[in-house]
Design a protein around this ligand. Structure first.
Ligand code: PLP
Length: 507
């Protein structure tokens, strides 16, 4: 029997029926999604900021298995609106003040779109020269904006790379430091290596230490106190290091933070680097949130001393108008990274790599495959320019100052730690909390503030999150969403006051 010309091949997918990459269909459906998102941004302040669904909500709404036959984009978008949007916590809402921001922008979105559209896998230079070269150029641009010493730039023998997240940046630098040290003292001494942060350092450091094979007992979270606004002091660091050295252990890695996650505390880079350098440690500076602000001259002093660090990173996907994910990492000595992370299998061999004239970013990170992330940073830098980026950051700082001023006018509240950037840590002060004979005043105050925060977040009007700093439960008010204006901040404050009044009258 010969084949029948009109019969569809039974299992043969030719792509002709659903046209997964048909240019005209792409145009039609792409426009629909852009329209969908434009409407979303227009109405984003109308949704409850923190999603109000219960765990497992979506399984109840969606079918048990994937459709056998294709469905139309119109139908799918309807379900996005009806089923997905209710389960979204609206990070782009102007009333979002939780965690740290994920500040979106048209340029960041379009850059992401271009990157996704080209869909190249730029693991080495050859696999897409533009992806590698644009990344190196943009990282030099950004490094200059931050006034990083030239030793961090390609022109000065260092270099920058875009990682997905800070977690990866810390892990990669830690692994580089570990191998450099073990090559000196012998591979079997890994059990002696010590990693240092403070009790305010992001958990990313502990996770990196775990993955990098550092003994769990060899992770030091040096204690900070209110007296130094929860910054790590060189004295406390030195004392910890000295006792480790006395015990025959080997100081390996220090991770100071510019703008801690709980309270945006700043560790004094200069003095800390001095101590670390005495002991031959690698210093990685984590400025995930606050690094953005340092493109403004008035904040640059927070980075003083970075010239003595080995690596530095900040998240453009937090407060820099760039969509997730985009962590900017600079290292002084790229070859330390490359030695720890490179492989060169036969199937990736190529002339450019062999010529040693190119950067192969696969050797600067954990994974092989990598996205064309630099496009979005390039679009953000070009679309807004340094002047507007500074304006953007300063407007948030100004709104945070305004919020701080409002707190100052209501005696029931107090700011718990000094504000450094656009995040305010505050609470209802202990004076306001009634006597409860079963618990201490501090516990009662913490409990009250926790209740206050939950009662506010439940309404969906605004969303804030908390931290516990030195045993004190604080509510964090982080201004950083692109759409937030002063009127939103004023409204947020009114909401907070109303809930405080209601709860206080009940207690
Ligand atoms: C947000 C944050 C991190 C973690 O960032 P990821 O990109 O999610 O890994 C690390 N350190 C600090 C100080 C942060 O604020």
């Amino acid at each position: 029997m010969g084949s029948l010309p009109n019969q569809k091949p039974e299992n043969g997918f030719t792509g002709t029926t659903i046209k997964p990459l048909d240019p005209e269909e792409f145009r039609r459906q792409g426009h629909m999604v852009v329209d969908f998102l434009a409407d979303y941004y227009k109405n984003v302040d109308k949704y409850p900021v923190r999603s109000q669904v219960e765990p497992g909500y979506l399984r109840k709404r969606l079918p048990e298995s994937a459709p056998h036959e294709p469905e139309a984009i119109e139908e799918i978008l309807k379900d996005v609106q009806n089923d997905i949007v209710p389960g979204i916590t609206h990070w782009q809402s102007p009333n979002y003040y939780a965690y740290f921001p994920s500040s979106g922008s048209i340029a960041g979105f379009l850059g992401e779109m271009l990157s996704t559209g080209f869909n190249v896998v730029g693991f080495n230079w050859m696999s897409s020269p533009a992806a590698t070269e644009l990344e190196s150029i943009v990282m030099d641009w950004l490094g200059k904006m931050l006034k990083l010493p030239s030793s961090f730039l390609f022109s000065g023998g260092g270099g920058g790379v875009l990682q997905g997240t800070t977690c990866e940046a810390i892990l990669c630098t830690l692994v580089a430091a570990r191998d450099q040290m073990l090559n000196k003292i012998g591979r079997d001494n890994i059990g002696k290596l010590i990693v240092y942060g403070s009790d305010q350092t992001h958990s990313a450091l502990q996770k990196a230490a775990q993955i990098a094979g550092i003994e769990p007992n060899n992770f030091r979270a040096v204690q900070t106190t209110k007296a130094t606004a929860f910054g790590l002091t060189p004295e406390a660091l030195r004392a910890t290091i000295e006792s480790d050295v006395e015990a025959g252990l080997v100081p390996l890695f220090l991770c100071p933070t510019i703008g801690t996650t709980s309270s945006t505390a700043v560790d004094p880079l200069g003095p800390l680097c001095e101590v670390a350098k005495e002991y031959g440690m690698w210093v990685h500076v984590d400025a995930a949130y606050a690094g953005s602000a340092c493109i403004c001259p008035e904040y640059r002093h927070f980075l003083d001393g970075v010239e003595n660090a080995d690596s530095f990173s900040f998240n453009a996907h937090k407060w820099f108008l760039t969509t997730l994910d985009c962590c900017c990492l600079w290292v002084k000595n790229p070859s330390a990274l490359v030695k720890a992370l490179s492989t060169y299998p036969e199937y990736l061999r190529n002339k450019a790599t062999d010529s040693n004239q190119v950067v192969d970013y696969k050797d600067w990170q954990i994974t092989l495959s990598r996205r064309f992330r630099s496009l979005k940073l390039w679009l953000v830098l070009r679309s807004y320019g340094v002047a507007n980026l500074r304006k953007f950051l300063r407007s948030h700082v100004q709104m945070a100052k305004n919020f701080e001023g409002l707190i100052g006018m209501d005696k029931r509240f107090e700011v718990v730690v000094p504000r450094n950037f656009a995040t305010v840590c505050f609470r209802i002060s202990p004076i306001e909390i009634g006597k409860n004979h079963n618990v201490s005043k501090e516990d009662a105050t913490n409990e009250f503030n926790c209740k206050l925060l939950e009662s506010i977040n439940e309404t969906g009007k605004i969303y804030m999150t908390h931290a516990v700093i030195g045993g004190v439960y604080v509510i964090r008010f982080c201004v950083g969403t692109t759409l937030t204006e002063n009127r939103h901040v004023n409204l947020a404050w009114k909401t907070i006051q109303e809930h405080a009044s209601a709860l206080l009258s009940m207690s």
